[in-house]
Design a protein around this ligand. Sequence first.
Ligand code: KG4
Ligand code: ZN
Length: 366
Amino acid sequence: MPIFASVNCKWGGASPMLVLGLETSCDETAAALVDAQGRVLSDVVQSQVALHAPYGGVIPELASRDHLTNLPHVVSLALEQAGATLASVDAVAVTCRPGLVGALLVGVQFAKGLAWAAGKPLVGVDHLVGHLFACQLRRGADAPTLPALPFVALLVSGGHTAIYRVEGVTPEAVCELGATRDDAAGEAFDKVAKLLGLGYPGGPAIDRLAREAVPEPGLFTPPMASTKTLDLSFSGLKTQVAAHVAKHGVPEGLRLAVVCASFQAAVTTVLTNKLMAAAKREGVRDVVLGGGVAANRELRARVSEASKLLGLRVHLPDLASSTDNAAMIAYAGALAHRAGVSHGWDLLATSATSLPRATRKGRGTR
Ligand code: KG4
Ligand code: ZN
């Protein structure tokens, strides 16, 4: 039986559970306290964007060192804002995969130290599972409607882009239906923004500029648009933008906005169409978005509109739950812990996800 099904409806009646979550997989140092209903009691995110911006991308060694500097006060602040102490938490959850190994290692070792010193269980969490359940976090007064299992989820972040059928919170209950064969969608946003001189991270900048113009039909071709396969590809689209810039120079003013809108339309059209095709194929009623690119205004609008047309229920994470945060790690840790998962002091930081992969990277016939 899917583990999450029972958790979904039983949280309220069970004994309260408070989980401290830590997240250091990339360039955000984050800590959060989340309770048994997915209520976010505190959520502290210290971004390293300014540190990495001069290099146009994340420098792994700098990220690790900065996590080490940031973690003590980020964790203290999260506990203080929640009115909690280490003694009052029921478990310490930490992202242990996938990500930059050095960065993950800092978080994992820190979490081990806290859990050991306070005598609390330690729960290692796959960052991608965190994103898949982030739409269930409760940040305001109203509780979000929980997706029914199984659901189909589109996970779109800076490092990963895939469509999953989700039957529960454990890696074995998550099945990859299709994924990018090359760049992740967020990576494409970041690389295109760099080509256009918009700095790092590029997603929010393109999202903002795209609002100022309408896409030019035919300027860029959506990649792998046929929904016969649920595989995706974004490196060719980035090359289309690079070729455009090589031919016409870096656009400015309204033209820059048109290029951004056209690129964003190509990405969001293909993502929406494949997500809808996956939902139809799997016969589910609920579709979920997760990951940093789920903060994209146009993707949210397109997926909401298409879901409505097909009679699907759509579950969008709050903006704060889309990009990297520790609340989603605390929540996924709470679900796993409730299902009996805990890890020993030998928990490892690993660069690869625990979710089974089905999509082969690279070109060529399948
Ligand atoms: O999930 P996330 O915070 O980190 C990873 O796990 O990778 O995703 C970061 C990615 C970056 O590539 C960033 O450019 C993209 O999410 N992103 C966006 C938006 N906000 C963040 N992409 C498009 N539109 C946005 N509004
Ligand atoms: Zn992420």
